[in-house]
Write a protein that binds this ligand. Sequence first.
Ligand SMILES: Cc1cc2nc3c(=O)[nH]c(=O)nc-3n(C[C@H](O)[C@H](O)[C@H](O)COP(=O)(O)OP(=O)(O)OC[C@H]3O[C@@H](n4cnc5c(N)ncnc54)[C@H](O)[C@@H]3O)c2cc1C
Length: 411
Amino acid sequence: MQTTPEKPRVVILGAGFGGLTAAKELSKIADVVLVDRHNFQTFLPLLYQVASAGLAADHVAHPIRGALRKSGVQFRMGSPIFIDHKNKEIKLDSSELLPFDYLIVALGSANADFGVPGVVEHALGMKSVTEAIAIRAQVMRRFEDLCRFEDDTIFSIAVVGGGPTGVEMAGAFAELVRGPLTNDQRHASEHIRVHLIEAGSRILPMFSPKLSARAQRDLEKLGVQVHLNTAVKQIKPRTIEIANGENISAEVTVWAAGVKGEPAAAQLNLPLINTRIDVEQTLQVRNYPYIFAIGDIAGLANSQGRLLPMVAPVAMQQGRFVAQQIQRLVEKKALKDFKYVDKGSMATIGRHKAIVEVKKFRLVGIPAWYAWLFLHLFYLLGGRNKIGTMADWTWNYLTFDRGNRHIMDAN
Ligand SMILES: Cc1cc2nc3c(=O)[nH]c(=O)nc-3n(C[C@H](O)[C@H](O)[C@H](O)COP(=O)(O)OP(=O)(O)OC[C@H]3O[C@@H](n4cnc5c(N)ncnc54)[C@H](O)[C@@H]3O)c2cc1C
């Protein structure tokens, strides 16, 4: 008589793009426990729309238990604090011990300040719903201040970092000012400036120079002042000091200059490459074959020796791949090396303004904008969030308004 092999016990740390994908795939072949410090998954690509009043915050957050319903995967809200390698157990901050045969670390990334003084104290990050609500509140509070003045006081918003997040953020602020805030109070809106600050010689360096230039033109048409070759030396209250000695005034500074591996990986004493976990091509953590790392936190080099980009497709592909690796281990087959399939990049600058690049194929303007809308809606988790997002977008599109201009931070 044939016996069915026992299901392996898998603990997954982090329920983001990578962890959640892995959990769903593994639910068929393993006993899975998924751990996250939040009870919801954040759809980070649309966070900037929360910060710029385009979307309600709860549309980009999906309850993890809802996503796992009927999958058999267990969920624990908490954070890992210690790995017991001898007994193969992980201890959570609740003191619970979770035994595992395989551990998957998918803890994502954190804001990186690159050692620039003042970032933590005087700039706002863009990695969580709380931060997005704080940015929206700061911008709207300053706008309310301006509405009281009838003089020439200027209020400046600066976004540091000309990657997709910074570009989308700056474009969305400019549209907020041109549309809804102008309708609210024209004098105040005419006194708002939006700056995008980039250390390199062009924005969106992952796109071809032609598309970067197009995106810059689109931003400038919306009124964004783009500063290239402008390295930030220090951030002070209301002022950004530039390396060449100049200053840019900014009452609100959003730091979108980059991310680093989530510091929890270092606390778990796993080997690091830069700030990310050092993994083999199989996604196994170096020296720990029973631990895998995926997504932003995994430092996997491609054939040119460059670490894979911290983007959602890498995390999702690795989530699916790690489930197949564990299946191979269960079946005592040899592991394979992970190969990333780059499906291209896209960024939106504003209404009818977007760029898409897939190898040599390029799309700009209205078709690119619709492609961007469709893809983001497709990947957004949860029917309620999709419907809510569609409702917000339709409202914004038809009325040129934004219904989420509330000041709802803790102050
Ligand atoms: C503002 C923004 C916009 C972006 N836009 C795009 C885009 O348009 N397209 C794109 O492809 N990529 C985009 N990205 C990048 C993309 O979101 C990431 O590459 C992707 O989320 C990585 O997936 P992950 O599973 O590795 O990590 P995440 O999705 O970040 O998930 C990590 C999970 O781990 C949890 N966690 C972290 N630390 C702990 C801890 N100590 N204890 C417990 N739980 C913890 C977090 O709560 C989170 O749920 C964007 C990122 C940001 C910040």
